[in-house]
Design a binder for this molecule. Structure first.
Ligand SMILES: [Fe+2]
Length: 353
């Protein structure tokens, strides 16, 4: 699971030399976010003028968008705004740039790799490959990829939809003068890179060009505004649902509880199954479907940088585990599964354990 990175702007750090085997000379990177379990990461990458890369595939699913400059991909020249969805094992043609280019590269399921090959790996899901000039060849839609939706003036170009997880990748544009006064959180992680322009968020301030966040589920964000507009690449790791509210003090644990309460109304049988500890332990999705790992088993998300080293911190505030009325085994399950059933709703989570 990737930690919460926000606020962050890639202009504030220097490029580092990429020394990974397989890649060409003259590739430099800025690490934006990194998953220590899978090696998955998002990077701003600079290909120096004259960079050449052999044909080949990655072991990880890869998304790329050209931020500046031109790339030669096989016999095509692609420009700023060109987006690629490249399944794991899909062999790309040789890539080069004569004048240099900056590219956002998102290795979603594993560490960056390039295996020289002119043929796809036999298990590659080649039909999922696609690329498009996202600036020129897709019109802006008036938001609304999910209900309830963002305020008027946030436009969307949908770039990729994962049929298994419902994860989406999209460009979004806040038009000049955009504002949205409520607070959002989601049941998915959310990633954004500002290609151009500045937006503002109540919790994290201005996000300028090069601004980036990787935001785990259930973290409050918003209100939003953009004075002069912005264009950004957005991504989720699973289904995007907008939980809107107006309480800036709710914690991620409380937000997850509220989401669970909504699940209990919407899908009561699924909810009951989820919280019933007599059933077999929860299976991995991998037991049923071949799918990329999106969340580790520890999905509730320890965040080392927010812990003071003494407390078992769940995102932002301490909480107490409820040990009453249950046997040890049950409590172990509670620890393991963490459905966060708080029997008291006094909003006071500041007790020591
Ligand atoms: Fe969001």
């Amino acid at each position: 699971m990737r930690p919460h990175i926000e606020p962050f702007c890639d202009r504030d750090v220097d490029f580092k030399k990429m020394g990974l085997r397989g890649f060409g000379m003259g590739m430099r990177y800025k690490m934006l976010s990194f998953d220590p379990e899978t090696g998955g990461c998002s990077m701003t990458v600079q290909f120096d003028g004259g960079y050449k890369q052999v044909p080949g595939f990655s072991w990880s699913e890869l998304e790329m968008i050209v931020v500046e400059g031109e790339l030669q991909v096989g016999d095509r020249t692609v420009r700023k705004g060109h987006y690629f969805f490249i399944p794991a094992g899909y062999a790309m043609p040789a890539i080069s740039t004569s004048q240099g280019a900056i590219v956002l590269m998102m290795y979603n399921t594993g560490e960056p790799s390039l295996i020289e090959s002119t043929t796809h790996h036999p298990q590659a899901q080649v039909a999922y490959y696609h690329d498009v000039d996202a600036m020129m060849d897709i019109p802006w839609d008036p938001g609304g990829v999910t209900r309830p939706t963002v305020a008027t003036g946030c436009l969307i170009k949908l770039l990729n939809f994962n049929l298994e997880s419902q994860a989406i990748t999209f460009l979004y544009c806040m038009t000049p003068g955009f504002y949205q006064d409520n607070i959002s959180y989601h049941d998915c992680a959310e990633e954004s890179y500002h290609l151009w322009g500045t937006s503002w968020m109540m919790q994290f301030g201005d996000i300028p060009s090069g601004g980036y966040f990787w935001r785990p589920a259930y973290i409050n964000h918003g209100a939003f505004a953009s004075e002069f507009g912005c264009i950004a690449l957005g991504r989720t790791d699973s289904k995007l649902y907008n939980h809107f509210h107006y309480n800036p003090w709710s914690t991620p644990v409380e937000n997850a509880d509220r989401s669970m309460a909504r699940l209990a109304v919407r899908d009561p049988l699924l909810y009951n199954w989820t919280v019933d500890f007599d059933h077999n332990h929860p299976h991995s999705l991998k037991d049923f479907e071949k799918t990329m790992p999106r969340r580790g088993p520890d999905w509730e998300g320890e965040e080392p940088h927010k812990s003071d080293g003494h407390h078992h911190d769940h995102w932002h505030r301490d909480h107490h585990h409820h040990v009453h009325a249950h046997g040890d085994e049950y409590n172990e399950l509670l620890e393991a599964v963490h459905t966060h059933h708080h029997h008291d709703h006094d909003h006071d989570h500041d007790h020591d354990h």
